[in-house]
Design a protein around this ligand. Structure first.
Ligand code: NI
Length: 170
């Protein structure tokens, strides 16, 4: 396994729209394993392939308490979205140390392929529902800060550019 580099906002590659996976082969399984390692190492709840500059529809999520139960979502689709919406604080490994409230569907039902390439479905609410919607946005080239006001977004952009520059200097 290998840890992958996570793109940081406002890297334009984060706005790439991912393509469906044609076949869950050894190459995709390796990507999945590397993404899980990268997510756990960065202490994230989820990671989309877009964030590691691979533009295929692959997501990993781990909202388990022990951080030992990763879910793999390949070619995910929402087969149900509740009309009820809810607000919660979101963060993102591509936008470190920034948290803000985003409105999402309170409950969703997801259909995806797992690491073995088998179709499965699950219903999600609460944190898992938020994670699924957040990560699926990444596959469409959308970062959560795009739900915020342009004023806030510009501030975050400036902060991230400065942070990246400071780290390169250090
Ligand atoms: Ni994210």
């Amino acid at each position: 396994m290998a840890k992958l580099h996570i793109l940081r906002y406002p890297d334009p590659r984060l706005h790439t729209v991912a393509k469906p996976v044609k076949e869950v082969d050894a190459h995709i399984q390796q990507l999945v394993d590397d993404m899980i390692e990268t997510m756990h190492a960065a202490d994230g709840l989820g990671l989309a392939a877009t964030q590691v500059d691979v533009h295929e529809r692959v997501i990993v999520i781990d909202t388990s308490d022990m951080r030992d139960d990763p879910r793999v979502l390949i070619n995910p689709e929402l087969v149900f979205k509740s009309e009820e919406m809810s607000f919660s604080d979101e963060g993102c490994l591509s936008v470190p140390q920034i948290f803000d409230k985003v409105k999402r569907h309170a409950r969703v039902k997801v259909r995806a392929l797992n690491r073995a390439g088998e179709t499965y479905e699950f219903e999600a609410e609460g944190l898992l529902s938020v994670c699924v919607q957040h990560e699926m946005d990444h596959l469409l080239g959308k970062v959560f800060v795009e739900y915020l006001s342009s004023l806030k977004r510009d501030r975050i952009k400036t902060k991230m550019i400065k942070k990246t520059r400071d780290e390169l200097r250090a």
